[in-house]
Design a protein around this ligand. Structure first.
Ligand SMILES: [Zn+2]
Length: 490
């Protein structure tokens, strides 16, 4: 039997995807989690290693206090409950880049549990649960290319072994590829605000695995899930999850069974491929790490860490809407990244009309930065400059058009606004008599249009204003010019 596209749409609608995400985030400590080796990215291979992170017999791990503080801070920002006692456990498996033959992680007693992230969803908000946040060490890296005999040999770089990670496991609350994308975007933003990681996906500081299954809509039990590993952008995660949902529905619809397995996403083809059948959790033979004491984060320490918690994006947006009279949309744009929010607030506080600053930053400043591919940190126009320009428009000293021209000059000359304004000092024509004189000329030069206007064609008014602006090269004060023209036309 052949299926038409319509059949396929109906078939798909009968299924419901269930998605859970596991995110690994590298903490920005200077040294590794259990030794004092540097965590610097890009060091020569195997230069940041010692007996502990090489897994030499008899070498003992010593827990890095800063790692615990960073992980706890992240957990608090994600509304998790911090467990006073958590236990490190050995996760046993063999892999060439894991010299000890086990990874130190946390298992049944993780650092933190029961958190959530709120994501926008259909005009409202949806809360996606976080099952747990635990500490673990990273493994090394197998290199298959980039050296002379790479076609015959695999090289191992152990600089990464022992780099501190947190793993953040979501509840299977995510119901669509778009929700997965939103969840990751929020998570990334919150972690960046706490400053415990740079979340740089290209350097592997943030990695994401997705568990995807489908089930007939309304069914309680989960379908068999596949895990998609190490997808390196949020956009690709969305695509991979979308592909995987459709693949699984196709398997079931054609009478097959979804296999529990690990799959890899090929972003060039937009498809996932089976990598290996999934190990069950008990295959890892977890047991408590005998070389480390239970980790105790007592109330006093928790309070100290909580005091470090910065204002988080959601709260900051709400406050900015209230403080500056801007829209929620403005607040969303202006709080990501955090450095933009800091800069905006600096200008908003200095200017007379914060809403105007919000508009200027979004349309005039960010538009120009984007067109030239410049980061906000490298903007030629400082926030003091934005504030000054906003006040000049506010006071009617310069027009919107003049501001645009001045901003263009700032970018051309890589100079800040006050310097460019001081040099150019464009003058608006604010003298009513002068404007009236030019309007008289414009009217005299366009008798036909005048007739049309008097005959009821109202849009000719705009044409006449345009002619006036052309004559004055945009320097006539717009509201004054409108007023005078209206008067003269009766
Ligand atoms: Zn080391």
């Amino acid at each position: 039997m052949s299926t038409t596209p319509a059949d396929s749409v109906t078939a798909r609608a009968a299924y419901e995807p269930v998605i859970g995400l596991e995110v690994h985030v590298q903490l920005l400590t200077a040294t590794k989690i259990f030794c004092s080796c540097s965590t610097r990215f890009g060091a020569p291979p195997n230069s940041n290693v010692c007996p502990v992170c090489l897994g030499m017999p008899g070498a003992l791990p010593v827990l890095n206090k800063k790692v615990v503080e960073f992980a706890t801070l992240a957990a608090m920002a994600l509304h998790c409950r911090i467990n006073e006692t958590s236990i490190f456990a050995r996760k046993n498996y063999f892999y060439p880049d894991l010299p000890k033959g086990y990874q130190i992680s946390q298992y049944d007693k993780p650092l933190a549990e029961h958190g959530f992230i709120e994501t926008p969803s259909g005009g409202g908000k949806k809360r996606i649960g976080i099952t747990r946040l635990h500490l673990e060490e990273d493994a090394g890296k197998s290199l298959h290319e980039g050296f002379p005999d790479a076609d015959e040999k695999t090289a191992i770089d152990l600089n990464r072994t022992g780099v501190p990670l947190i793993e953040i496991v979501s509840e299977p609350d995510i119901a669509s590829p778009d929700e997965a994308y939103e969840y990751l975007t929020r998570l990334n933003e919150i972690i960046l605000y706490t400053g415990v990681s740079d979340c740089n996906m290209e350097e592997g500081s943030l990695r994401c695995d997705a568990n995807v299954s489908v089930r007939p809509r309304g069914q309680k039990e989960f379908g068999t899930k596949a895990e998609i590993k190490n997808v390196n952008s949020f956009r690709f995660i969305r695509e991979a999850v979308q592909y995987e949902i459709e693949r699984q529905i196709d398997v079931i619809e054609s009478g097959g069974k979804v296999a529990q397995e690990t799959r890899l996403y090929n972003s060039n083809e937009g498809k996932t491929y089976s990598m290996r059948s999934k190990e069950q959790a008990h295959d890892y033979r977890y047991f408590p790490e005998p070389d480390l004491l239970p980790l105790i984060v007592d109330e006093k320490w928790r309070e100290k860490i909580a005091a470090e918690l910065p204002e988080l994006p959601e709260a900051r947006r709400a406050r900015m809407v209230k403080d500056y009279g801007i829209t929620e949309y403005d607040a969303h744009v202006l709080t990501s990244p955090k450095s933009l929010a800091d800069q905006f607030e600096e200008a908003a506080k200095a200017a007379k009309n914060p809403k105007r600053v919000a508009n200027l930053v979004q349309s005039e400043l960010m538009g120009r930065l984007k067109a030239r591919n410049i980061a906000i940190e490298q903007t030629p126009i400082s926030m003091r400059g934005v504030a000054e320009s906003a006040d000049l428009v506010e006071a009617g000293t310069i027009s919107g058009k003049m501001l645009k021209d001045l901003y263009d000059l700032c970018f051309e000359r890589s100079q800040d606004f006050p310097a460019v304004y001081e040099k150019e000092k464009p003058q608006q024509i604010t003298d009513a008599a002068a404007i009236e004189k030019i309007i008289d000329e414009v009217i005299a030069a366009n008798p036909k249009q005048l007739e049309q206007y008097r005959g009821g064609k109202a849009q000719v008014f705009g044409f006449l204003v345009g002619q006036l602006m052309k004559e004055t090269r945009g320097k006539a004060k717009a509201d004054l010019a409108n007023e005078i023209l209206r008067e003269l036309l009766g």
